[in-house]
Design a binder for this molecule. Structure first.
Ligand code: NAD
Length: 467
């Protein structure tokens, strides 16, 4: 299959391409078009032209179009899931590609039904004041490689629901599934409302600098988020930045280790750990430390990993060589520093970037795998004796995406969760998200939120009308 850009309602070929490989086999999957700066300009110009009419379309009509997109996603879910598995590596089953496609549909329909009605904030003899929410203009969306389709939907649907138009750029690691999905869904939108361009990282920089893009919504690493903020400053773009996390989980001494093992596993290893709000550092009280280490290791030992097209697989490979090498070096560094390997840490040679599910005990703060975001299938478990100290260590991070407390005493756990410096705090689970609950990071993990009414508002500006 040939993959092209999609600009102004048309499939657009490029002169240059880059090869995209299946991370499970190393085989060539397809060729990604590399857009030139002029082609980006064309996409932005098409979006700016389409904005003139799309921003005037009635709220009801935009809602219906979003529901129609949800229908297209449903009709093409299996084709997209198969492509996603071959490109990203995640299995069809488990919390994999079919799950991701289900999320795309669920988020689309839920967001379609959200409303931003006019708010009357004053109505008395001194005057009447209304707040109107207006679209912003052309939104540039820049996405990562871990949940490429779901994150694209998280950007695109609220943008067009509120009357903006979009130019989206997928990650150079996973562009093909997004190119195909956007081609499918833009067919039911007026031309120019939704455009997709692909290429290398520089394309994201050109978007961030572009004079005719009014807002960037970005999901990716903290380092890139900072670069985007700098590139966007001269044109004063609106920004939503969903950045990296180094989420801590704190296990209190009152838990039943075997009862929480499954939850800990999915918290840490969802998508092979390649999830922003995965559990990346696990602090366990000394009274239950050995029990938790054993229960989690025994649960994890039985999870099958392999080519995601095999219906029996629950885990796939790391998505790319850069990330594989990062996880490998962080584990090697921890082991060299005295970490005890409970599971994994012994990758076999390819094909494919399969890194085994790895659990490390007796790791301490100050070790790279605790202090840095590993973003892969390796979890360090740290022993603590004083819960106030554990909270302080959890908060001693530039990141602030998520955090969790594990306890049978829910009220006590909630009080502790409240002390975590993060945008989402969970009790006895980690990483759960919902389309009606705002999600975003504090501190270095981002600016702004996605999802729910608060997420929708990020795609609008306020106009106060006085009468
Ligand atoms: P990345 O920052 O390397 O790349 C993300 C996107 O930014 C890609 O499309 C890339 O081409 C583009 N890009 C790179 N340089 C750019 C530049 N200078 N200007 C503009 N765009 C540029 O991130 P990644 O490795 O693809 O994703 C993994 C990271 O994303 C992890 O840190 C993870 O925690 C984070 N993430 C966060 C969330 C969230 O909601 N907070 C969700 C998923 C992933």
């Amino acid at each position: 299959m040939d993959y092209n850009l999609y600009i102004n309602g048309q499939s657009v070929a490029t002169e240059s391409h880059m090869d995209i490989f299946n991370p499970a086999t190393g085989e060539l999957l397809g060729k990604c078009p590399i857009a030139t700066r002029l082609q980006l300009d064309d996409a932005v110009a098409a979006a700016a032209e389409a904005y003139k009419s799309w921003s005037q379309v009635s709220d009801e009509d935009r809602k219906n179009v979003c529901h129609a997109i949800g229908q297209v996603l449903e009709e093409n879910a299996e084709e997209l899931a198969q492509l996603l598995t071959q490109e990203q590596g995640k299995p069809l089953n488990g919390v994999g590609s079919r799950f991701e496609m289900g999320g795309c549909q669920g988020w689309t329909h839920f967001t379609a039904d959200l409303e931003l009605p006019v708010e009357v904030i004053q109505d008395n003899e001194e005057g009447h004041v209304e707040l109107h929410r207006k679209p912003i203009g052309v939104v540039g969306s820049i996405t990562p490689w871990n949940w490429p389709l779901m994150i694209a939907i998280w950007h695109v649907i609220p943008a067009i629901r509120t009357g903006n138009t979009v130019v989206i750029k997928p990650s150079p690691y996973t562009p093909l599934s997004t190119l195909r999905m956007i081609e499918l869904i833009s067919g039911i939108l007026p031309k120019g409302v939704l455009n997709v361009v692909s290429g290398r990282d520089e394309l994201g920089q050109w978007m961030s600098e572009h004079e005719d893009i009014q807002k960037i919504v970005f999901t990716g690493s903290c380092a890139t988020g900072g670069k985007i903020m700098a590139s966007a400053a001269p044109t004063l773009k609106r920004l939503v930045l969903e950045l990296g996390g180094n989420d801590a989980g704190i296990v209190l001494p009152d838990v039943d280790a075997s009862a929480i093992a499954e939850g800990l596993f999915w918290g840490a290893f969802i998508n092979g750990g390649q999830t922003c709000a995965a559990l990346k550092r696990l602090y366990v009280h000394e009274d239950v430390y050995d029990d938790v280490c054993t229960a989690l290791t025994e649960y994890t030992r039985n999870i099958p990993m392999g080519n995601g097209l095999d219906e029996n697989m629950i885990m796939g490979p790391v998505q790319n060589e850069m990330q594989y090498n990062k996880v490998k070096s962080l584990v090697e560094d921890a082991v060299a520093g005295g970490a005890r390997v409970l599971l994994g840490a012994n990758p076999e040679d390819g094909p494919g970037y399969f890194y085994p599910l790895t659990i490390l005990a007796d790791v301490s703060d100050g070790t790279r795998i605790v202090d840095e975001e590993q973003f892969g299938p390796a979890l360090p478990i740290i022993k603590y004796s004083d819960v106030d100290d554990a909270i302080a260590r959890a908060n001693d991070s530039e990141n602030g995406l998520g955090g969790s407390i594990w306890s049978t005493d829910i009220e006590k756990a909630k009080k502790l969760a409240n002390r975590l410096e993060c945008g989402s705090a969970w009790i006895n689970k980690h990483g759960a998200i919902q389309p009606n609950v705002p999600f975003g990071g504090v501190k270095g993990s981002g600016i702004g939120v996605e999802f729910g009414v608060d997420g929708l508002k990020e795609y609008t500006t306020i106009q106060a009308v006085f009468s």
